[in-house]
Design a protein around this ligand. Sequence first.
Ligand SMILES: [Zn+2]
Length: 140
Amino acid sequence: MLPTDPNCIFCKIVAGQIPCHKIHEDDNVLAFLDVGPLSQGHTLVIPKGHWVTLDQVLSEISAAIGKVLPVIAKAVCDATGTPDFNILQNNGKLAHQAVGHVHFHIIPKTADTGLGIDWPAGKLEPQQASDLLAKIKASL
Ligand SMILES: [Zn+2]
């Protein structure tokens, strides 16, 4: 039994209470067109279970998403004639997550449409990298 939230718009879509333009559905994953697209073909791929952020998703569900994500991305790109695309997955309000149910965006990118990215790159210092690696590996 997958977790669900009766107040979640994506859970309502999974339950069929709200219609969607469905691209793919299997036991664990649903993919449908985003109704507020950044470009033609903008698609959402979601687990059918309700988890707020990616780090909460069960590994077998993550694997199911990972299996279909590139297949759906290729179909969207082929259908729209747009070989370039972004995969976007936001976790938390500061990271621009608007719906509290894990979702992956497939966003075809053209010269004029698609995802705009501000990328204020810093510099990774060797000592900082070493410290971070130790902390991250200890948390794995
Ligand atoms: Zn949900």
